[in-house]
Design a protein around this ligand. Structure first.
Ligand code: PGA
Length: 263
């Protein structure tokens, strides 16, 4: 695991306090949320410059807001070009009305897509209003394959170690499918629904663990002390379906970008 890797393989990035890791898993600790977001944005931008038609998996939630703001700035000030990039969101709630302000579709356009030149026909978000969510999920998984697979997955993490909406006990072999949210996730996400847990949908469509693990490169962002337990279990604990994010210890190219408070 990352915790057992020799320090001699450290490769600190500028402006960051520490980096540990070996060939596959790297852990980078930033002093604060701004630095974490800025450094993550640089890594995403480097990927786009290296491969302009990269296929990304993208998260929502509070954590990636700084990353998206950084990418928008790089688009406006440095001409970072998203025109050939494809995106697949990790998940979407089932059943929210079209245009609902707490839907992940609304979030993505409002916080990111409307401010950069991503081609609209290269944006993919599971349709939470699809008549048949099973079929929608299978079609989504197929669309990822047809796009050539995910080059670069950006992840957040839940307090219970979920990635995407893959809650504890999700099978590592899972693909995109409809899921039920864990109680803790409903409580944590109530803040996006005027603080009312009863307004949070109970179901979502989420990429599976295997879908995420098939990505060629993964970065996971976490900040805030409420994430530190999950991060500790993810990096230093056993690889177990009880902590879905722990599977990333097995990914061939995974970097954790952590705020010091989450680390
Ligand atoms: P957050 O959500 O960034 O809003 O904390 C992360 C997640 O639940 O995956």
């Amino acid at each position: 695991t990352a915790g057992n890797l020799p320090e001699s393989s450290c490769k600190p990035l500028s402006g960051l306090k520490d980096a540990i890791g070996g060939d596959n898993v790297k852990v980078i600790v930033a002093d604060d949320y701004e630095i974490m977001s800025r450094e993550a944005a640089k890594i995403v931008a480097a990927e786009i410059r290296k491969k302009p038609d990269s296929v990304f998996a993208l998260p929502t939630g509070g954590t990636p807001l700084g990353l998206y703001a950084g990418l928008i700035r790089m688009h406006k000030e440095e001409g970072l070009d998203f025109s050939r990039v494809s995106t697949f969101n990790l998940d979407e709630y089932i059943g929210l009305p079209d245009g609902h302000e707490s839907s992940y579709s609304f979030y993505m356009y409002d916080r990111f897509f409307n401010h950069v030149n991503v081609s609209r026909d290269k944006i993919h978000i599971p349709r939470g209003l699809a008549k048949d969510p099973e079929e929608e999920a299978a079609t989504y998984e197929w669309a990822i394959k047809r796009a050539g697979g995910i080059d670069f997955a950006v992840l957040g993490i839940g307090r219970n170690g979920h990635i995407g909406f893959n809650e504890p006990k999700t099978e590592f072999g899972s693909l995109t499918r409809p899921i039920y949210l864990a109680k803790r996730t409903i409580e944590a996400n109530a803040r996006f629904f005027d603080g009312d847990p009863d307004s949070v949908p109970r179901q979502a469509i989420s990429m599976g663990i295997r879908t995420i693990m098939n990505a060629r490169k993964v970065i996971l962002l976490a900040s805030g002390p409420e994430k530190s337990r999950a991060i500790n279990q993810t990096i230093h604990g056993p690889v177990t379906e009880m902590v879905p994010s722990s599977v990333l210890q097995l990914h061939p190219d995974c970097t954790f970008f952590l705020g010091r408070d989450a680390a």
